[in-house]
Design a binder for this molecule. Structure first.
Ligand SMILES: [Zn+2]
Length: 488
């Protein structure tokens, strides 16, 4: 068997390159890192390790050297492997065929949870589903294409975007996406002039997939079915509610005539049963939820009531999307129900990390995400809601102000980021400031430092009574809160 050494094999892309190559070759991962959380995975897949530097002897004995993209410009690395045949990530994508069906999930919110529910259904039905085992948010560039090439029967990949044209199409094409899910599209984290471009980006996946699963309750997502034959589309949505949900209404213009849409019923934000005077209306639902309560609903493909471990209307939508894709794949309805019922929830999504007072962690980082988690927490909290807001919106201060307005439904807000502090006058809830939020911290999408998150949580705990819920939102909270609370 040919020997291949993967340089930078402990990184996100490098680790996936190594695992794909290991299906056919004798692979050694070589990395300057001394440790990797993937050690167990590598061992189980027969991959050898050369950590803490690159052993020249191992490199010399290798037939070929695979190099993670981040190291391709590194002079020392290129010197080290001089004369060797190099394998790049593009080489792997070009030469390794995808032989399994691939489901691609895209949309503004709900991608991760929808992906995980669908994987759970497939596992319950007895299929092997590839996992990348990486702790990353937003799967962009090479990750979906590489994940689709890992060992398994059916792949489910999350396809995110930075809003650049061609990005989703490229990732979906490289991943050989056969079935596409579009969960929802929210404008609110973008300046209005950028919204049409963002819609076009999300729509790109339609050019690649054979079958498309669309959220009928989202007027823009549903309009993507225009000019497509009906048998290429499955629409899902909510038919009826049994209990009351706070709606947080948000207006949407008709994608055909630009007039403000009317709603027969609204479920969450801009999602609902809408219609327009021009004749556009919500399409007929094929996979639908009825009698929806906080954590229960009926699915029209089965008799049994579904009971969610993590409730909320947004999780009903995530479950419907996963169910629709499963049906397209020919999965038995009984397995679909069992797969949804046994899903335990995704990390950092309505994750309860402490009780009395209850502390909930949620990765919500845009207005639509905040609306969704507030709707659920409002429904289930006997006491007050105290929000620790670590968000710095991707769309700048307008997004932060919109989030502040949505948080008017909370009782107390503790801004933990500089941006949340700046926008806080736009809320009607009581504000309590911490000292450290005066400092401006923004690294990429991360808006709050560990110190800010820690001070805000301490402040929240001072105010919280037994029945209250502390809701920590944003990437800063997602990154630091569990670790901060470990000791307390
Ligand atoms: Zn219209």
């Amino acid at each position: 068997m040919e020997k291949i050494v993967v340089l930078g094999g402990c990184g996100t892309v490098g680790s996936l390159m190594a695992r794909i190559l290991a299906k056919e070759y004798a692979v050694t991962v070589s990395d300057i890192r001394k440790q990797t959380p993937l050690r167990g995975i590598f061992q189980a897949e027969g991959i050898k390790l050369d950590l803490g530097g690159h052993n020249p002897k191992i490199i010399k004995e290798a037939d070929k050297i695979a190099v993670a993209p981040s190291l391709l410009e590194n002079e020392r690395i290129l010197q080290l492997i001089k004369g060797k045949k190099i394998i790049t990530v593009q080489d792997i994508i070009a030469s390794c065929k995808v032989k399994k069906p691939v489901v691609g999930v895209t949309g503004t919110n709900g991608k991760t949870t929808t992906t995980q529910i669908l994987k759970n259904i497939l596992r319950v039905a007895g299929y092997r589903v590839p996992e990348h085992h990486l702790n990353i948010q937003g799967n962009t560039e090479f990750i979906p294409a590489l994940q689709a090439r890992l060992e398994g029967d059916i792949a489910v990949v999350e396809i995110g975007t930075f809003g650049k044209p061609g990005e989703i199409k490229g990732a979906a094409t490289d991943s050989k996406v056969k079935i596409a899910i579009i969960t929802n599209i929210s404008r609110d984290h973008l300046p209005p002039e950028d919204f049409p471009k963002y819609i076009e980006c999300k729509k790109e996946i339609i050019d690649v997939a054979q079958h498309i699963i669309l959220n009928a309750d989202d007027p823009i997502v549903a309009s993507f079915a225009k000019n497509l034959p009906g048998d290429r589309i499955t629409f899902y949505g909510i038919e009826s509610l049994k209990s009351h949900f706070e709606v947080f209404p948000e207006n949407r213009e008709c994608p055909y005539c630009n007039k403000t849409l009317k709603y027969k019923r609204r479920f969450l934000g801009h999602l609902g049963d809408y219609y327009c005077t021009c004749g556009y209306r919500r399409p007929e639902l094929e996979v639908k939820a009825t009698q929806v309560e906080k954590d229960k609903f009926k699915l029209n493909i089965a008799e049994e009531t579904i009971k969610l471990k993590t409730g909320g209307l947004f999780n009903v939508y995530n479950s419907l999307a996963a169910a629709a894709a499963s049906l397209t794949l020919g999965i038995d309805p009984d397995d679909i129900i069992r797969g949804i019922n046994s899903f335990k929830g995704a990390a950092g999504r309505h994750e309860i990390i402490k009780e009395e007072p209850r502390i909930i962690l949620d990765y919500a980082h845009n207005p639509a995400g905040v609306r969704a988690i507030m709707q659920l927490v409002k429904e289930e909290t006997p006491g007050r809601i105290i929000v620790v807001n670590t968000i710095a919106s991707e769309s700048g201060i307008e997004g932060d102000r919109e989030i502040a307005r949505i948080l008017s439904n909370a009782d107390i807000i503790i801004p933990a980021s500089y941006n949340a502090r700046k926008a806080s006058e736009h809320t009607r809830a009581k504000i309590i400031h911490i000292r450290s939020s005066r400092e401006k911290i923004k690294q990429g999408t991360l808006g709050a430092s560990r110190r800010q998150v820690e001070e805000a949580i301490q402040k929240a705990l001072e105010y919280a009574e037994e029945d209250d819920t502390i809701l920590i939102i944003g990437e800063g909270g997602y990154k630091y809160a569990k670790d901060i609370l470990k000791g307390s």
